[in-house]
Design a protein around this ligand. Structure first.
Ligand SMILES: C[S@@+](CC[C@H](N)C(=O)[O-])C[C@H]1O[C@@H](n2cnc3c(N)ncnc32)[C@H](O)[C@@H]1O
Length: 204
């Protein structure tokens, strides 16, 4: 495995510094089909409480809020991304409806049944404990709440030079199984962009 590949993988899993900013900017362009997959599927009102896990530079938050005002809390393990996403969405943060904070989805500091919707995009590959992350998301969702997990398909990820180390890659069936084990009662998978990505929709 090349050193540059390992470096890219570590920046994807925890973006930091100038390279982290450039990489998250590039992700905004490369992964349009995933952002739009989530935004298209979301049904939100002004009262909807959304948690986004691993927001990077906060691009998804901007798209969601521009579609429909709601309350959005983002958590990310990267302090640099907390600053970047806050700066990029300052006017929405100032409105009191959006906030970005440090946090790890494997150990969520929120009460049970707090959120109507949890979103995440291109983060599950990096969670230290996938089963714990899934059960934490299940715990903080309200009954009937929705978890939207947008990912690049395993087939596609396998083609990228930097995903050999540092990425946990799951098949469609594994995404379904891990959701069932966490307790989700209904699970639906949408194929995005000619097999580029998957949107797995889990209902509590
Ligand atoms: C590839 S980036 C995706 C960023 C953003 N979701 C997007 O698609 O534009 C992965 C992000 O997940 C964050 N992350 C990784 N593991 C995490 C975890 N366990 N809990 C919360 N955030 C995490 C990283 O710091 C990084 O910002």
């Amino acid at each position: 495995m090349s050193k540059i590949g390992d470096y890219f993988a570590s920046q994807c899993g925890n973006p930091h510094g100038v390279v982290g900013k450039i990489m998250t900017w590039a992700m905004n362009r490369a992964n349009r089909v995933l952002y739009h997959g989530i935004v298209h599927e979301l049904q939100v009102s002004e009262k909807t409480n959304i948690l986004d896990v691993g927001f990077g530079n906060g691009y998804l938050e901007k798209l969601i809020y521009q579609k429909s005002k709601c309350f959005i809390t983002g958590i990310d393990i990267s302090p640099d991304m907390v600053k970047k996403a806050t700066d990029a969405n300052q006017k929405y943060v100032d409105s009191g409806r959006m906030k970005f904070q440090l946090g790890d989805c494997c150990d969520l500091r929120f009460k049970d049944n707090s959120y109507d919707v949890v979103t995440t995009m291109n983060t599950i590959y990096f969670w230290s404990d996938t089963a714990k992350g899934m059960s934490e998301i299940f715990r903080v969702l309200k009954p009937g709440g929705v978890f939207m997990n947008a990912v690049i398909s395993k087939e596609k990820l396998d083609k990228f030079f930097y995903t050999k180390n540092g990425f946990k890659k799951f098949t469609k069936q594994e995404y379904i199984e891990t959701g069932k084990k966490a307790g989700f009662r209904r699970i639906r998978v949408k194929i995005l962009g000619n097999q580029y990505g998957l949107l797995i929709i889990y209902i509590k």
